[in-house]
Design a protein around this ligand. Structure first.
Ligand code: KG4
Ligand code: ZN
Length: 348
């Protein structure tokens, strides 16, 4: 089954073609970073307009790349939520319109399910059941995964998502949006040991996270050393290092705890923050010690992309899932509401 996947939930337009027998055939991505950079964050109206501008050209691009005619496509998957409502509507309307015109089924996919299944695009993929750490700009969640659609949340952030904390700390340090990669780059110049930041919530039982206190601690440390404009470059780098180290340590402690609690030995980490190389390296070392293994998507598929939506869509369409009501998108959509293929709750 050949599936066209369309992702437009935030600031990346992603389109891909995935075939269950041949794998990923083509994948195109357009990032709107330059559009939003001067505003220091995503401007929803500009995001929607840019998706309108780029989605169709990207669809033509992937069809050409895979030497594929529309008649060869068996289904269309699009991100139906969570995300920005206007941005979601662009992808949903386009997908539903094309599916109607081509006489094939369409299916709305949960964005975080896409992230969760992204490691399945790799040759060396995890086997179910596993624990997944989903760390993006909007979510920080630990989930037990027994199969597609079989998700049980084990813990989540009670305030800021990890990626959001990276973005806010970047702003404090005068770094551009989106901040994660910039804080990581700054941290490479940072020295260990000058600052020690707290590890939020690790002394409490349970698997929830909290990053807003750490963000305030970072701001106070920066203010004590001259603030954004007064602190010297080395101090800014040392602060970035200490912040990143605290986030990574906290994530690792909770991942180990989740694996122990569920008596599992496989961890999947996905979402934008999983592109962080320090996190990847340190997690691998930490899990080696408890004879557990960690699987990641390739860096390109850590952040938003069309391939993960095409993959998730293909698995569900193969088992008969289809949109049945009118086009609906869900800006908020708890992942636990999903069911396994064949019994899935629609976005509406
Ligand atoms: O999954 P994603 O592309 O979009 C959402 O669904 O939110 O994640 C974007 C988030 C942003 O907060 C960005 O700063 C963060 O992922 N991010 C990183 C890195 N690359 C992206 N955070 C830390 N280190 C990175 N290398
Ligand atoms: Zn995402």
């Amino acid at each position: 089954m050949l599936v066209l996947g369309i992702e437009t939930s935030c600031d990346e337009t992603g389109v891909a073609l995935y075939d269950n027998e041949r794998g990923l055939l083509a994948d195109a991505l357009y990032s709107q970073i330059a559009v939003h950079a001067e505003y220091g964050g995503v401007v929803p109206e500009l995001a929607s307009r840019d998706h309108v501008r780029k989605a169709l050209p990207l669809i033509r691009e992937v069809l050409a790349e895979a030497s594929c005619e529309p008649g060869m496509i068996d289904g269309i998957a699009y991100t139906a939520g969570p995300g920005l409502v206007g941005a979601l509507m662009v992808g949903a309307s386009l997908a539903r319109g094309l599916a109607l015109g081509w006489g094939i089924p369409a299916l709305g996919i949960h964005h975080m399910e896409g992230h969760l299944l992204a490691p399945m695009l790799e040759e060396d993929k995890p086997a179910y059941p596993f624990v997944a750490l989903l760390v993006s700009g909007g979510h920080t969640q630990l989930v037990r995964v027994d199969g597609i659609g079989l998700y049980r949340q084990l813990g989540e952030s009670l305030d800021d998502a990890a990626g959001e904390a990276f973005d806010k700390v970047a702003k404090m340090l005068g770094e551009p949006y989106p901040g994660g990669p910039h804080v990581a780059r700054l941290a490479e110049q940072g020295r260990a040991g000058r600052f020690k930041f707290p590890r939020p919530m690790v002394n409490r039982p349970g698997l929830d996270f909290s990053f807003s206190g750490l963000k305030t601690f970072t701001l106070n440390t920066l203010e004590d050393h001259g603030g954004r404009d007064g602190a010297d470059a080395q101090t800014r780098a040392d602060i970035a290092w200490a912040f990143q180290d605290a986030v990574i340590d906290t994530l690792i402690i909770k991942c180990r705890r989740a694996l122990q609690q569920e008596q599992l030995h496989t961890l999947v980490i996905a979402g934008g923050v999983s592109a962080n190389l320090q996190l990847r390296e340190q997690l691998r070392t930490a899990l080696d010690k408890i004879e557990a293994r960690v699987f990641y998507p390739a860096p390109r598929y850590c952040t938003d992309n069309g391939a993960m939506i095409a993959y998730a869509g293909c698995q569900r369409l193969l088992q008969g899932d289809r949109d049945v009501t009118e086009t609906r998108v869900r800006p908020r959509w708890p992942m636990q509401e999903l069911g396994p293929p064949g019994r899935a709750a629609e976005a509406g």
